[in-house]
Every structure is written in C-alpha cells, then in structure tokens.
Ligand binder design. Structure first.
Ligand code: PGA
Length: 253
C-alpha cells in the first residue's frame, strides 16, 4: 500500500507575512488529517518562516526548484544543501520551469540526482502539452520524460521518488483531466516506464500524483483511482478550505 501524498505548489505567490498567515490558517486542520502525507511548497524567501511554523507538526515542506551544483559562481541559483537545510521535498521539472526557464529532460535529471544525493525527495513532474494530447502522443512524451529524467538514478533510492503526472493543458486552466484518463496514463505508460528502469517491485512502490486543476470538489474522482497516489495542487493550495478538502479526500482514499 502506498500512502497518498498531497503537495501544495504555491508557485510565485505569498510574501513571508502572507505565507505565515496562510499556514496559521490551515495548519491546525491539516494536522488533524491522518493517513496522508501533507506537503507545502512555498517560494524560497518564505521557507525559513514556514519551516519554523511547521516544526513539530507532521506537515512536510518542499522547495519548488534547486540547482545541481554544490556551490560557487551561479548567480541566482540555490544549491541542494541549502534546500535540504529546510526541506524534505523538492519539486523538479515543473512544466512552467520547462516552458519558461529552459529546463530539459537532461537538466531535470541532474536536479533529481542532486536532490537524491542530499536525501531530498524529488517530486518530478511530467506531462504532455495540449497538442501532444490531441495528437495521441501522451504515452511517448511521458515515457521519454521518465526515462531521461530518471537516467542513472540509484535504484536503491528510486522507491522514495515521487512522480507528478501533470497534463499541461490541465494546469491552471480549470479543465482537469478525468480520473479515468489520468489513471490510464499512469497504468499504461508511467508505471511501466518506471518498471523498465527500476524493476516491477520498485515501480509499484513509487508514488505517482496527479496534478492539474485539482480542487476540493473533484479530488475524490482522482483519489478513487487505483494508480493515483495523491495530488500536486497549484491554485487550490492557496485556499484553505479547498486544500484541506483535498487532503481530506486523499486520507479517505
Ligand atoms: P493547478 O496547478 O492546480 O493550479 O492547475 C497544478 C500545478 O501546476 O502543479
């Protein structure tokens, strides 16, 4: 049995003060919910303040990115050990980073391996564009993203990985995939691609989230699917009631 995991990707939202207020607002309710791993991913400047508020709770924290080098002349970047000072998780290869910041399967792979080397749990995002979806290329795209993104990952560490399947056409659009469609992508392409890399047992242990317009009302549809082990949530993670409802839905799945 895989424990579901729900992560809130706050993206580029919330100042430190706003982040504190949001965590104050939602953490009591979140702490009451059992049987699901809960993760908040604020922007870098808010990590210190949020980690202080989450101390002693069962709510984990993640960063939204990292750089693979250890240190040095890389202006504007954040090293894995700096992330690991505060975080247990790190989102890697989100489609916005691939689309706007030039990330490729190769750089995603470097980041995943750097994260694992620092005992961070990567949440690696994969997913097809609308064009690829409409031309029935979803399988080809996610298989490539998995096999290149996870090349040379230590099989001993692979079971701790998290993969987020996020069809790009469903992100921030209010047009979520259907539970059945998302489940089929996981069952037909993503888990088999993981099995090719790491063997069937490890592939069964890896948690795969769905992401893309998940909210309090549609979360059940995804979590009732056998392959879907939680969600990576954008917009709705900034709203207490929605995010709490999503985590509750995952705890019942
Ligand atoms: P959304 O974003 O929930 O706002 O669609 C999901 C994501 O980008 O991770």
């Amino acid at each position: 049995m895989r424990t579901p995991i729900v992560a809130g990707n706050w993206k580029m939202n919330k100042t430190v003060e706003e982040a504190r207020l949001l965590v104050f607002d939602m953490s009591r309710k979140l702490r009451e919910i059992e049987g699901v791993d809960k993760v908040l991913c604020p922007p870098f400047p808010a990590l210190l303040a949020v980690s202080a508020l989450l101390q002693g709770t069962d709510i984990g924290m993640g960063a939204q990115n990292l750089y693979w080098e250890e240190k040095g002349a890389f202006t504007g970047e954040v090293a894995p050990n700096m992330v690991a000072e505060f975080c247990k998780y790190v989102i890697i290869g989100h489609s916005e980073r691939r689309a706007y910041f030039g990330e490729t399967d190769e750089t995603v792979n470097k980041k995943v391996r750097a994260a694992l080397a620092h005992d961070l749990t990567p949440i690696m995002c994969v997913g097809e564009t609308e064009d690829e979806y409409e031309s029935n290329r979803t399988g080809e795209v996610v298989r490539r993203q998995i096999s290149l993104g996870l090349t040379e990952v230590d099989p001993a560490k692979a079971a701790s990985l998290i993969v987020a399947y996020e069809p790009i056409w469903a992100i921030g659009t209010g047009k979520a995939s259907s539970g059945e469609n998302a489940n089929a992508v996981l069952a037909d392409y993503i888990r088999p691609a993981l099995a090719d890399l790491f063997g069937a047992d490890t592939a069964q242990a890896i948690r795969i989230q769905y992401g893309g317009s998940v909210n309090g009302s549609n979360a059940d549809e995804f979590f009732s699917q056998p392959e879907i082990d939680g969600a990576l949530v954008g917009g709705a993670s900034l709203k207490k009631d929605d995010f709490v409802a999503i985590v509750q839905a995952a705890s019942k799945s």
